[in-house]
Design a binder for this molecule. Structure first.
Ligand SMILES: [Zn+2]
Length: 284
């Protein structure tokens, strides 16, 4: 089927208290692994591609590959641009056929984040493309290693979140409640009270970034308190890397075998996440 956008997936997830995974892809093994997993679990799926990953592959090429699999899939597939900091990239993604985009103005001052998100919504909405925005800062694990562990100064302010969504008209909001990008080297302490407050004040579905390495309990609690979209990347990349490393000294195996092993590892990991998020059997 053709791509769906976030508004065709997330409102049902929000109403019925389950989460839908957004899995970042770089190339074919990621795309095929994730969509196969969604089909086996009869789950809707969001395939995400991050602006920074254009260092590996152009977004136009990713769009064509994902289109090929989505058209043949029996489950709803959204193609979402992740963490775009440049409006030009967003316009390219929409032209290439992405059904959803994220503008990440989280590190810019509030007023600028509002202004540019409004501009992105004005570009995307008329052509049926949904917009995710972000308020509050998500650090990466590299920054955390330099001593910048997430602190409450970076967390999303509930009242400001309500004002932001009202002013921008975004379709989904990424929040900062203690997660970070990459794998955690510390015990996570998510601020669920803050999340609850945000979800009471904000009407649009909320997004949790930095899902790699969180416990099943953290996911379930976050989803029960208002998270509808959960982003996962690092764990998929590491699982595929492990599968390839285990086979690398087997001389009977060559590159296509490594691609298949990586793909199977991604498929298994995505299936396990779909079950934790509760979206299995929800494809309609
Ligand atoms: Zn993210």
């Amino acid at each position: 089927m053709p791509f769906v956008n976030l508004n065709e997936i997330l409102p049902a997830a929000k109403a019925n208290h389950y989460g839908v995974g957004a899995f970042n892809v770089i190339g074919e093994p990621f795309i095929c692994g994730a969509i196969t997993a969604a089909e086996k679990e009869a789950s809707p799926i969001i395939i995400a591609f991050a602006e920074v990953h254009e260092s590996y592959v152009p977004l136009e090429f990713v769009a064509e590959m994902v289109k090929y699999w989505a058209q043949r899939a029996r489950v709803p597939v959204a193609l979402h641009l992740d963490h775009a900091k440049n409006v030009d990239t967003i316009i390219r993604a929409i032209r290439a056929g992405f059904s959803s985009v994220m503008y990440d103005g989280s590190t810019t001052p509030f007023a600028d984040n509002v202004k540019i998100t409004q501009k992105v919504v004005a570009i995307a909405k008329p052509v049926g493309v949904t917009v995710e925005a972000e308020l509050g800062i998500l650090t990466g694990v590299e920054e955390v290693a330099e001593g910048k562990r997430p602190t409450e100064d970076f967390y999303t302010d509930p009242e400001q979140a309500a004002e932001f969504v009202e002013k921008t008209g975004c379709d989904a909001l990424a929040v900062s409640i203690g997660t970070a990008h990459g794998m955690y080297t510390w015990e996570t302490m998510l601020d669920f009270n803050r999340l609850q407050k945000i979800s009471e004040l904000v009407s649009v579905p909320l997004v949790l970034h930095g899902g790699s390495g969180l416990s099943s309990n953290d996911f379930r609690t976050a989803i029960s308190k208002g998270i509808s979209k959960v982003n996962v990347f690092t764990e998929c990349a590491l699982a595929a890397g492990r599968a390839v490393r285990e086979a690398v000294n087997d001389n009977s195996k060559s590159f296509p075998d490594f691609c298949q092993l990586g793909q199977k590892a991604i498929e298994d990991l995505v299936r396990s996440k779909i079950r934790i998020f509760g979206s299995c059997g929800k494809a309609v």
